[in-house]
Design a protein around this ligand. Structure first.
Ligand SMILES: CC(C)(COP(=O)(O)OP(=O)(O)OC[C@H]1O[C@@H](n2cnc3c(N)ncnc32)[C@H](O)[C@@H]1OP(=O)(O)O)[C@@H](O)C(=O)NCCC(=O)NCCS
Length: 170
């Protein structure tokens, strides 16, 4: 689907397309990147993940955006609104390929996605569901102005305890 295009200084955010599969497969095939987002997946598993996010756009009119580096046209990750069935709230999620870490890209993309979710979707709050050990993700949530709210869980098959971070539109 075409869907919205958000442009930031360095990035383009748009709904996922099949051409993103190579990047998606790289992300989900990397043990370090996949550790806190369900673990390493096969190329077919990565395709299912991409199709699920595309399906979220089709079903809900929103979903995580593919994040493209404007200068190179490279797919570097997925960031944005996400609310699967049974989720504890309206989430802004993020995951970038390892080569894109440490450059402020996740923060830049998440700021644009949060503004779009508040402004266009009309969300009044956002959450981020993060494993306690995922320090880079918690640091990012804090940079965005979110705070730790409570401990919680996700629907099966997700197991264990998660920290729920968040912020309200106000
Ligand atoms: C979570 C994740 C997106 C965070 O990535 P990140 O690179 O730490 O975050 P950002 O892209 O915002 O970059 C911030 C870093 O870039 C640095 N930086 C460099 N140039 C910058 C710039 N122009 N603007 C802002 N920051 C910049 C910052 O100083 C910071 O460095 P630090 O970590 O040493 O303090 C990344 O670790 C990831 O994709 N992990 C795997 C998937 C995952 O676990 N997702 C979360 C599930 S809850």
């Amino acid at each position: 689907m075409e869907g919205p295009r958000l442009e930031t200084a360095r990035l383009l955010l748009r709904p996922p397309r099949e051409e993103d599969l190579a990047g998606w497969t790289e992300l989900m095939g990397d043990e370090a990147a996949a550790r806190f987002i369900g673990g390493v997946q096969t190329p077919l598993g990565a395709w299912r993940g991409l199709a699920t996010v595309a399906g979220s756009w089709a079903l809900h009119g929103f979903g995580m955006f593919s994040v493209i580096e404007r200068e190179t046209g490279r797919w570097i990750g997925r960031v944005g609104p996400w609310r699967p069935h049974g989720w504890p709230g309206p989430e802004i999620g993020w995951a970038l390929i390892r080569a894109a870490w440490g450059q402020g890209h996740a923060e830049e993309a998440a700021r644009a996605a949060i503004a779009w979710s508040f402004g266009t979707l009309g969300w009044t709050k956002v959450i981020h569901v993060i494993r306690a050990e995922n320090l880079p993700s918690k640091a990012l949530a804090a940079r965005l102005g979110s705070t730790f709210r409570t401990l919680g869980s996700l629907p099966a098959p997700h197991e264990g305890e998660y920290e729920i971070w968040g912020q309200s539109r106000r």
